[in-house]
Design a binder for this molecule. Structure first.
Ligand code: FAD
Ligand code: DLZ
Ligand code: SF4
Length: 524
């Protein structure tokens, strides 16, 4: 709606838009702009986020606002406990419009469907002009993705990734061929952990006064949310995030590739970058990180499989899942191709299970609001897939518990990658695995009451019978899949008694699962 106001431009900046070069700030003058930042109840509670996630976002927002003010911007910062806080982005923007009488509200599109839907109503609701700008902090725009996806039967990440390599020129030779002759060195990134594998400790950032205020606020207002706060050590400013990145490039990138899929009990970070929280908040630029990784390779400081692996995660997976999310929404949220209906087991919250792999991943999740990729995929995710847990509960669990979780990145990973709920648009087959995989890639099994080599009955690793139970119950859908179909010849070679032992063993185990009960996941 047009307005006669000669007031300033109001620039709302959301909690995951903490980037100094954000499209809505570029080209604005400081004396003609009011930046609006809002801590709002709706965002803090649409799911009951891990306590560390709320502290991280509030503290990073408060630090970012202070930096903008130091640089001469006018910032209207609304704290959660501010009097009359309306509790929502729309309500707080409306109140700010009354205070500042802007001629224009200029905002960067929200990363999540839920918020973008609300934002699209602003032009009708507010008595001033509203512009919603594209978030150009991503390498691939949605329209580029839609062009790429059009007429394609398969939306595999690998082909998208090659386009992104060409677009950025990362690890590309002048003749248009990939560095080293291959696009993807994933096969060199599956080294099992050697005895005693450990990595240099990542930098930990002690809470300063601002963070401590946020910790006190969260302990007070969100006491019933999941997670441990004593261990909060995330970077909350761009400076701290850069220190974390420096340490990764100096000390861990060399082994990032080979041990990307390794898991070691109590070694929560291994050689992972631990940068996702900072990247997703907007404190670090993923393209700059990829360029640093490429330089590490060119300078002989990191091998190609590590550097290519890191770059693939960022310009491949991260870009791809974001576009996939917008391509598949809103139905991705409700997808349940395998008709999984079981409630999430209570132990996903308590960590109280005899399965050593799950217990360690849940402990790390509770203490750090983080678990690394292969733990999320092949332990926590694999269990949810095999046990047939309802996608809505699994989605909300992942959205709650990880400090880097926003729906645009969480949902494709959960619904499509781990649960195959989209029926195979993202993944060519379900990532289903028995205890053998976890035994090979970790040291968990040596401290477990179950045995990965025991297939059925008492003491057998539950992943073993659950694997066959899953394959058997989804035979109709999976048998024709060329990547998985041959599994059924192994199943068919077993005699009926053996098959029954597997299925009975899985059923007995599933009967012991104690569902967490309702109330914490969102309504369908
Ligand atoms: P590294 O191993 O160092 O990887 C480097 C970077 O690559 C990460 O920081 C991240 O930005 C990017 N990346 C890696 N894998 C993926 C991926 N599959 N999708 C998108 N980006 C990726 N990542 C999130 O940022 N938020 C989430 O909510 C999230 N949910 C996930 C849920 C499941 C079920 C799975 C399997 C993965 C999920 N991931 C998510 C991806 C990945 O697990 C995390 O990005 C990673 O563990 C973060 O730790 P890191 O920074 O040390 O990553
Ligand atoms: C996740 C989150 C939380 C917990 N709280 C806030 C908040 O109070 N204010 C804010 O601006 N952003 C918050 N966020 C991040 C938002 O959920 C995120 O920016 C949008 O949902 C992206 O669409
Ligand atoms: Fe996990 Fe099975 Fe190994 Fe135990 S035996 S740690 S349940 S894979």
């Amino acid at each position: 709606m047009a307005s006669d106001s000669t007031g300033p431009v109001l620039v709302p900046i959301l909690g995951d838009q903490l980037t100094r070069t954000l499209a809505s700030l570029r080209g604005r003058t400081k004396d003609d702009t009011v930046v609006l930042m809002m801590e709002v109840w709706d965002e803090a509670t649409y799911v009951k986020h891990h306590k560390q996630k709320i502290v991280l976002i509030f503290s990073a927002m408060r630090h970012f606002a202070a930096e903008l003010e130091d640089a001469g911007w006018t910032v209207d910062y609304v704290k959660l406990d501010a009097e009359d806080n309306a509790g929502s982005f729309t309500g707080e923007t409306a109140r700010a419009i009354e205070r500042h009488e802007p001629r224009l509200v200029s905002v960067v599109e929200a990363g999540e469907w839920r918020v973008r839907e609300d934002m699209e109503q602003w032009a009708d609701k507010f008595a001033c002009e509203v512009e919603i700008l594209r978030d150009d902090r991503f390498i691939c725009s949605q329209s580029e993705f839609e062009d790429w996806a059009e007429d394609r039967d398969s939306l595999r990440m690998e082909f998208f990734y090659r386009e992104m390599r060409r677009k950025t020129g990362l690890l590309m030779k002048e003749d248009g061929k990939p560095e080293g002759g291959e696009w993807n060195y994933d096969s060199e990134n599956r080294k099992p952990p050697k005895e005693g594998l450990s990595a240099p400790e990542r930098p930990k950032f002690e809470p300063d006064e601002i963070t401590q205020d946020c910790i006190d606020l969260v302990e007070d207002r969100f006491a019933d949310h999941f997670g441990n706060l004593d261990t909060f050590r995330w970077p909350v400013t761009r400076d701290e995030a850069e220190k974390a990145a420096d340490a990764f490039f100096a000390e861990r990138i060399e082994k990032f590739g080979p041990f990307q899929d390794a898991m070691v009990c109590g070694e929560d970070d291994l050689f992972h970058s631990m940068l996702s929280t900072s990247i997703n908040l907007g404190l670090l630029d993923p393209l700059e990180l990829c360029q640093r990784a490429e330089k590490a390779y060119e300078d002989g400081n990191a091998p190609l499989n590590s550097v290519e692996g890191f770059i693939r995660q960022l310009i491949g997976w991260r870009e791809y899942v974001r576009c996939f999310y917008w391509h598949q929404m809103p139905h991705l949220q409700k997808a349940n191709a395998l008709n999984a209906q079981r409630g999430l087991p209570e132990f996903y919250w308590t960590g109280e299970t005899d399965m050593a792999c799950l217990a360690d991943c849940i402990r790390s999740t509770r203490d750090n609001a983080h678990a690394h990729h292969i733990q999320r995929l092949m332990v926590l995710g694999n269990f949810a897939l095999l046990a047939g847990i309802n996608p809505r509960e699994v989605q909300d669990w992942y959205l709650v518990v990880y400090a880097d979780a926003y729906e645009w990145v969480e949902l494709p990973n959960v619904a499509a990658m781990i649960l195959y709920a989209d029926g195979g648009k993202l993944a060519s087959k379900p990532y289903a695995a028995s205890g053998n995989y976890i035994n090979k890639m970790s040291n968990y099994c040596s401290n477990c009451t179950f045995s990965p080599s025991k297939k059925t009955g008492e003491g057998a690793c539950p992943f073993n019978p659950l694997y066959w139970h899953f394959m058997d119950r989804h035979r109709d859908r999976l048998e024709s899949n060329h990547r998985i179909g041959r599994i059924y010849s192994t199943w068919d070679r077993m005699d009926d008694d053996r098959k029954k032992e597997y299925l009975d063993s899985a059923d007995s185990f599933l009967a012991t699962l104690d569902p967490a009960g309702g109330g914490w996941a969102r309504e369908e």
